[in-house]
Design a protein around this ligand. Structure first.
Ligand SMILES: Nc1ncnc2c1ncn2[C@@H]1O[C@H](COP(=O)(O)OP(=O)(O)O)[C@@H](O)[C@H]1O
Ligand SMILES: [Mg+2]
Length: 419
C-alpha cells in the first residue's frame, strides 16, 4: 500500500515506514502532493496535518482532489486548523487532533488496517441504530449476538450507548468488568488491538452452550465511569472505532449505538467506513418517523452507502394498528436502496422471563422452539448472508411438531402481522 504524508511532524515519516506493507512518500510541498494525486498511479492514501502552516483551504482542496481520485484521506488537525476538526468529520473524513508522532503513526496504521503489531485487516462491523430510544436496539443486539454465536461465530459486542447501557443489565455484566472509557482517555496511541484486549470483558456465560458454538465478548463503557468529564468526543469515538474494527479473534463487531444521532452519528460513521447498519423498525407512527429521520440522515451523509443499511421489522405491541406489511411497503417505496433483514415477533413473555431469571439466560434458550426463536435464527441467517460470513454451524431448525407443542405450552407463537 502506498501512503503520501504531508507533514512536518518530527519522526512521523520514520514511524509510518515501520508499519507493515506500507510504502511512504513524504513531499514537502502541497503542489507536489497534488501532482502525485493527479498522476497516472495515485497513491492508496493521503495523510495531511496542519504542521506545515499551509492555509486550511489549500488542505481542503487537496483532500477533495484525493477523494475524487479514490484516494483515502486521513487528517490530523492539532495546530492552527484544529477548529476545522468537526468539519472534517462531518464530511466523513477520518480525522484526529494529535501532536505525538508515535500516536499518529499508530492511528494511521489502524485506519489503513496495517497495525504495527501485524494485526490483520478489518472485521465486518454492524451498527444497530435508531433515532429514538426504546425502539429495540439493545434487544436486537442481544438476539443477533446470541443467534450468531449459535452459528459458531465469535462476536464482539460494543456498548456505545453509554448514557443508557442496556446491555449491562441484559447480559448481567458485573460492575467489576473493565470500562473502555478508561482506554479512550489514555489516547489514540493505545487504540489498537493490543491496547484494547485487556479492556474486553469475556464472561463465561456467553461461551460454550452447544458444540462448536462461538462466543460473545463485550466492550462496556460502564455507568460509573460514564460521567460528564468522561464524555467521548466524536473524533475519539471514530479513532477508537478503527481500533475495535481491527480486533483479533473475532468474526464480527456488533455496536449498540445511542439515539442522539446528530451529536453522536456513530451509525453514520459505520456506514461511511464500509460497515452495515441495522435499523430496528417497529411499525408505530413515532417509531416509523424515527426510522425515517435516520434514513434521511444517511441519505444526506452516506448516499452511496444506503444499500448497506437494512431494516429489522419488529412486530408491534398489541393494539398498534399499523402492520409490518404496510410499513415495509412504505419504506420500500421511499428508500428503494434500503433492504429488509426480516421481522422479529414480539415475545413479551420470553423477554420478561429472561429479565426475571436469576443470572443470565438468552431468550433463545428459554423458548428454543418458539416462533420468536425461529424468527431470530432466520434474521441471523439473513445477516450472515449480507455480510458474506460463512458460519461453521447450520441454521438451527425445529420440526413443525415441536413448534406446535411449544405453542400449546404457552410459549406463544408470534402474533401474526396485523392486516
Ligand atoms: N420483540 C420484542 N419482544 C419483547 N420485548 C421487546 C421486543 N422488542 C423490544 N422489546 C422490549 O422493549 C424495550 C425497549 O427495548 P430496548 O432494546 O431497550 O430499546 P433501545 O435500546 O432502542 O432503547 C425493552 O424492554 C425490550 O425488552
Ligand atoms: Mg438500548
Amino acid at each position: 500500500m502506498e501512503l503520501v504524508i504531508f507533514s512536518a511532524l518530527d519522526g512521523l515519516q520514520a514511524r509510518a515506514e515501520a508499519l507493515r506493507d506500507l510504502a511512504v512518500l513524504a513531499p514537502s510541498r502541497l503542489d507536489q502532493v497534488q501532482r502525485l494525486l493527479s498522476g497516472e498511479r495515485p497513491p492508496d492514501a493521503l495523510y495531511m496535518d496542519d504542521s506545515r502552516g499551509v492555509p486550511l483551504p489549500d488542505l481542503w482542496r487537496s483532500a477533495a482532489i484525493a477523494q475524487q481520485a479514490g484516494v483515502r484521506v486521513l487528517l490530523n488537525l492539532y495546530g492552527p486548523a484544529r477548529a476545522a476538526l468537526n468539519d472534517a468529520q462531518s464530511a466523513g473524513i477520518p480525522a484526529i487532533s494529535q501532536a505525538d508522532p508515535e500516536a499518529v503513526a499508530a492511528w494511521i496504521g489502524v485506519q489503513l488496517g496495517l497495525a504495527a503489531s501485524g494485526g490483520g485487516g478489518r472485521l465486518p462491523v454492524v451498527a444497530i441504530g435508531a433515532a429514538k430510544g426504546g425502539i429495540g436496539k439493545t434487544f436486537a443486539t442481544c438476539v443477533l449476538a446470541e443467534g450468531l454465536r449459535r452459528r459458531g461465530l465469535r462476536v464482539l459486542v460494543w456498548d456505545s450507548d453509554i448514557s443508557n447501557p442496556g446491555l449491562v443489565p441484559a447480559f448481567r455484566v458485573p460492575t467489576s468488568a473493565p470500562s473502555y472509557l478508561h482506554l479512550i482517555q489514555r489516547g489514540p496511541a493505545h487504540w489498537n488491538p493490543t491496547g484494547i484486549r485487556p479492556f474486553i470483558y469475556a464472561p463465561e456465560h456467553t461461551r460454550g452452550g452447544g458444540e462448536g458454538w462461538g462466543g460473545i465478548d463485550f466492550l462496556i463503557g460502564s455507568h460509573s465511569v460514564a460521567r460528564a468529564e468522561n464524555d467521548v468526543r466524536l473524533p475519539d469515538w471514530q479513532g477508537f472505532f478503527a481500533g475495535v474494527a481491527a480486533a483479533e479473534g473475532y468474526d464480527l463487531v456488533l455496536i449498540d449505538t445511542p439515539p442522539d444521532y446528530l451529536r453522536r452519528p456513530y451509525a453514520t460513521h459505520v456506514l461511511q467506513q464500509g460497515g452495515t447498519v441495522i435499523l430496528p423498525a417497529p411499525p408505530g407512527s413515532r417509531e416509523r418517523m424515527g426510522v425515517g429521520h435516520m434514513l434521511d440522515h444517511f441519505r444526506e451523509h452516506a448516499p452511496e452507502r444506503l444499500d448497506h443499511c437494512t431494516l429489522l421489522f419488529m412486530e408491534p405491541e398489541r393494539g398498534v394498528t399499523a402492520s409490518v406489511d404496510d410499513v415495509a411497503g412504505l419504506f420500500a417505496r421511499r428508500y428503494p436502496q434500503v433492504s429488509a433483514l426480516g421481522t422479529l415477533p414480539r415475545s413479551p413473555r420470553l423477554a420478561s422471563m429472561a429479565d426475571e431469571y436469576d443470572g443470565y439466560i438468552s431468550m433463545l434458550d428459554l423458548g428454543p422452539h418458539s416462533a420468536f426463536t425461529q424468527a431470530s435464527h432466520r434474521v441471523t441467517e439473513a445477516l450472515c448472508a449480507r455480510l458474506g460470513l460463512s458460519p461453521s454451524l447450520p441454521m438451527p431448525r425445529v420440526s413443525p411438531w415441536r413448534r406446535l407443542v411449544a405453542g400449546l405450552q404457552g410459549d406463544k407463537p408470534a402474533m401474526p402481522a396485523m392486516a
